[in-house]
Design a protein around this ligand. Structure first.
Ligand code: HGY
Ligand code: MN
Ligand code: MN
Length: 397
């Protein structure tokens, strides 16, 4: 709740865009808490923060847990932030109980998970896992033309540490489900087995600006008409591939955006998700076909570019089992679940045994300022995280 005050919005949400000064303030506040907990902090070149608690055997690879503190423009208090706070709660509990783990334990805060201000999504964890290069990430620009490198330096988080190149004994991420499944089942814990694959596209439709009055309908090259047809047909791509497929147009710029000008240009996003790679290929083929058809129907040029993607993810069997065992031992109702959302865990899974713990959120609503979760569910997630971490890190008397 204290962290949620940084970037707090009127409606009780949080707007703390990646690499903004609010992100800096959030990083500073969590570092204060990490310092109080006696953790040793390092920052890598893409701004990922790692806060280390010593283990009895410092030579062992650490068990790591964390998430992100950057939010959507109209985000909630819990998306990402909960996972970082849960990892901090694990450290505080280990400190309070004087528990020594055999392996070191680290909290991770990953840079720019949301991919809203800067594409690609899950940027810090993606560089760490080698999904794309540091240079590729650093040169990406936001809508105002500010680069990741400039923004990182402006907030003082262009760290010294090399990005990645080290493995973890295990990585666990606690996160709200951001969908309705656990709440509908009345279950407290989601044992996350994997995540949908994702493909993001930028689409530019180029027609011709013209006067809304004298221009005959037959002569128009209306980019917004094309965009409207594409939005509907993108939706159909998912509706005809249920239950696994998801398709969304979330971003659109209409130019010149004047009520009496036929719009000549539209810039828009397309977000496709599916549980299988073959499913994503099929959806992408359908997208390319429909964009081509609409271009012809509306006499507009269509420039479609895939800007980021990752394959469907399967988490590590031993991490999944550790989460399930902990839920059983603690007496929490639980069910296996595949994540519809992307998470830093999706990239970390490429370089370390990885698992996730979901807890319900109210009405399954997220990426919305009203996002909410019950303290008892958040506590349950922390408890499962603590026991999964102990199972992987081992303890010494
Ligand atoms: O897009 C996602 O799934 C995540 O919220 N970044
Ligand atoms: Mn998230
Ligand atoms: Mn999110």
């Amino acid at each position: 709740m204290e962290l949620a005050r940084i970037g707090a919005t009127e409606k009780g949400g949080v707007r703390r865009l990646a690499l903004s000064d609010l992100d800096r303030q959030g990083r500073e506040l969590t570092r204060e808490w990490f310092d109080e907990a006696g953790l040793k902090i390092t920052v890598d070149r893409i701004g990922n923060i790692f806060a280390r608690r010593a283990g009895a055997d410092p030579s062992l690879p650490p068990v790591v847990s964390g998430s992100h503190i950057d939010t959507q423009p109209s985000g909630g208090k819990f998306d990402g932030n909960y996972g970082v706070m849960a990892a901090l709660e694990v450290v505080r509990t280990l400190n309070d109980t004087g528990t020594r783990t055999l392996a070191p334990f680290e909290i991770a805060i990953w840079t720019n998970e949301e991919g809203s201000r800067f594409v690609p999504v899950m940027m810090g964890s993606g560089v760490f896992a080698g999904a794309f290069s540091l240079e590729h990430a650093m040169t990406q620009r936001d809508a105002d033309g500010v680069s990741v490198g400039e923004a990182l330096r402006a907030i003082g988080y262009a760290g010294d540490e090399f990005v990645g190149g080290r493995s973890f004994a295990a990585y666990y991420e606690a996160h709200i489900e951001q969908g309705p499944i656990l709440e509908d089942l009345g279950h407290t814990v989601g044992v996350v087995t994997g995540a949908l694959g994702l493909r993001w596209y930028d689409l530019v439709l180029s027609g011709q600006d013209s006067h809304a009055g004298p221009t005959p309908m037959r002569l128009r090259r209306d980019a917004l008409l094309g965009a409207a047809r594409i939005v509907d047909r993108v939706n159909q791509i998912a509706l005809t591939r249920q239950p696994g497929a998801r398709a969304t147009v979330g971003f659109m710029q209409v130019l010149p955006n004047s009520r009496n000008v036929v719009p000549g240009t539209v810039r828009m996003s397309v977000d496709l998700r599916h549980p299988t790679e073959a499913g994503l290929d099929d959806m992408e083929a359908a997208l390319r076909t429909l964009v081509q058809a609409v271009g012809e129907e509306c006499a507009v040029e269509a420039d479609l570019n895939r800007v980021t993607s990752y394959a469907p993810v399967r988490f590590d069997a031993s991490c999944i089992e550790a989460v399930r065992q902990a839920s059983e031992r603690l007496g929490y109702s639980h069910s296996d679940i595949v994540s519809g959302a992307g998470h830093d865990a999706c990239y970390v899974a490429r370089v370390a045994p990885t698992g996730m713990i979901f807890v319900p959120c109210e009405g399954g609503i997220s990426h919305n300022e009203i996002e909410n979760a019950k303290p008892e569910d958040l506590e349950a997630g922390c408890n499962v995280l603590l026991h999964a971490v102990l199972a992987s890190a081992g303890t010494v008397d």
